[in-house]
Structures are given as C-alpha cells and as structure tokens.
Design a protein around this ligand. Structure first.
Ligand SMILES: Nc1ncnc2c1ncn2[C@@H]1O[C@H](COP(=O)(O)OP(=O)(O)O)[C@@H](O)[C@H]1O
Ligand SMILES: [Mg+2]
Length: 248
C-alpha cells in the first residue's frame, strides 16, 4: 500500500516545553491506526501537527492528492471538549460546515451537499435531529453529528480524537462497525485512551509519549508498553481474555 503522509524528524515545542520529540511516522492508504498514550503525552498535538494547525520543525510530506489542500482530504473529529456547543447552529449546518474548506465564503451549499448531509445523518441514526440546535444534543448524539461533519468532504483520511468519550456503549460499538466499513476505502487514525477496546478495532497501534513508536500489530502487552515508555492504564489478564484478535 502506498503512503499518504510521512513525518520526518518532526518536533513540536509549546511555551510550556517540548510536546513531540523527533517523530518519524508513515501513514498508509489502508491504515487503521489506534493512537494511545498517557494524558498530556502529545496525542492531540500529533493530530494537530498532521492537520497543519501547530508549528513544527522537521518535515511532513503529503502524497498525491494531499499536495494542494490537506484540509480537503482529511476529515477531523476533534476531541469533544474543544467544541463550542453554545454556538447557535443547527445539526445540519454543523455537518455542512465540514464542506467549508471547499467553499469560498460566498458560495452556497449545493443540493447534493445537503442530500449528502441527510444521507450521513441517517447512516448514524440521527436524521430526526437535523434541525435541532447542537446545544440540545447528548454527548453521543453530538459525536454522531461530528462524525458526519468529518465525512462530508469525502476525505481520504479520517482522524478521530477520543471519539468514544461521553458516548453510550451502544454508539461506541456502532461507531467501530462504521469505521471498519469506512476503512475499506479510507485510512483512519483514532486516538483512544482505552487500549483494550481499540485492540478489537484497529490494525496497528501507535504509542505517543513525546516520542512515537509504531507497533506493527493491534495487540500490545504491558511489557511492550513499558519498552515504548508509554505508561497507560494497564491491562489485566481478565481484560485480555475478552479481546478478540481475529477481526482482520
Ligand atoms: N496549545 C498549547 N499550548 C501550550 N501547551 C500545550 C498546548 N496544547 C498542549 N499543550 C501541552 O502539550 C503536552 C501534550 O498535550 P496534548 O497533545 O494535548 O496531549 P494528549 O492529547 O496526549 O493528552 C501537554 O503537556 C500539554 O499541556
Ligand atoms: Mg488529547
């Protein structure tokens, strides 16, 4: 499979200090990467670096379609606490705002954009909420709507930052089923703090704690986490026995 994005010796410094140190990572077209790591380890910073929204040193190469405008080709579901829910905007307009990068400020959404928005909302089972204000939604409903927003531009890469926060178990399972289907056509990067849960969904794990290690499997042991200097909630053997490893 060919590469979509390659980070070469990328570092990110905030005023508070270094968040990512000398990161080299390739992302391929068929990837389904689970990003794990401790709180404050730099997971969101890694995502923002790929999106081009933080300053970095080093080099990031975007292949083929990415060369002109990366926001067109990357769908992004931000960590939910970054999203301003008090903004008075309807569900449908939130979904359509995912097209912004392709529009000038004066252009209108086309009929086909609007019917694509309806299609996506019914795919995730919230078509009835279309005209509600986003402030009225539950956490799970909001994540469904933000997923539609991330998908409306038909991205080649979908990035989700902790999508299972604040959602019900039912939606978490539905979400993973949707992602598996999407991954037949597009690459996916999903940040999660639940290493046990993502093991049954992703193909590869990337550990982020200032440094970044790509682990070539969807299961990871406590010993490996230690070796990658990636302290996260450890897995008990009881948890491990619940994991099905044969999804791919
Ligand atoms: N905008 C910012 N300005 C200054 N420091 C930041 C900023 N964003 C994140 N940080 C710091 O960078 C480190 C990595 O944060 P983050 O990427 O959000 O980690 P994670 O998503 O793994 O919890 C943390 O120490 C955090 O406090
Ligand atoms: Mg984060």
């Amino acid at each position: 499979m060919s590469k979509l994005i390659e980070l070469k010796s990328v570092s990110v410094d905030y005023e508070s200090g270094r968040a990512l140190d000398n990161v080299s990572l390739s992302i391929y077209r068929d990837d389904f990467i689970g990003v794990i790591g401790p709180n404050g380890g730099g997971k969101t910073t890694l995502i923002k670096t790929i999106l081009g929204s933080v300053d970095y040193s080093g080099e990031i190469e975007y292949f083929e379609e990415f060369s002109n405008n990366k926001s067109k080709f990357i769908g992004y579901l931000p960590q939910i606490n970054n999203f301003d829910r008090t903004f008075p905007i309807s569900v449908k307009d939130v979904v359509l705002s995912g097209m912004m990068s392709r529009k000038t400020i004066f252009s209108q959404y086309s009929k086909s954009d609007k019917s694509r928005a309806d299609e996506l909302l019914s795919m995730v089972g919230v078509e009835a909420l279309s005209n509600k204000a986003i402030g009225e939604l539950s956490g799970g409903e909001l994540q469904r709507v933000l997923l539609c927003r991330a998908l409306i531009s038909d991205p080649k890469l979908l990035i989700l930052d902790e999508p299972a926060n604040f959602v019900d178990n039912k939606f978490e399972k539905e979400l993973y089923a949707i992602l598996r289907t999407l991954n037949k056509k597009i690459a996916i990067i999903m940040v999660s703090h639940d290493v046990v849960m993502i093991t049954s969904v992703v193909k590869n794990i990337v550990c982020v704690n200032k440094n970044v290690h790509r682990h070539r499997s969807n299961s990871i042991s406590n010993e490996q986490l230690k070796r990658y200097n990636c302290p996260i909630q450890s897995m008990s053997s009881a948890d491990m026995s619940l994991i099905t490893m044969d999804k791919y």
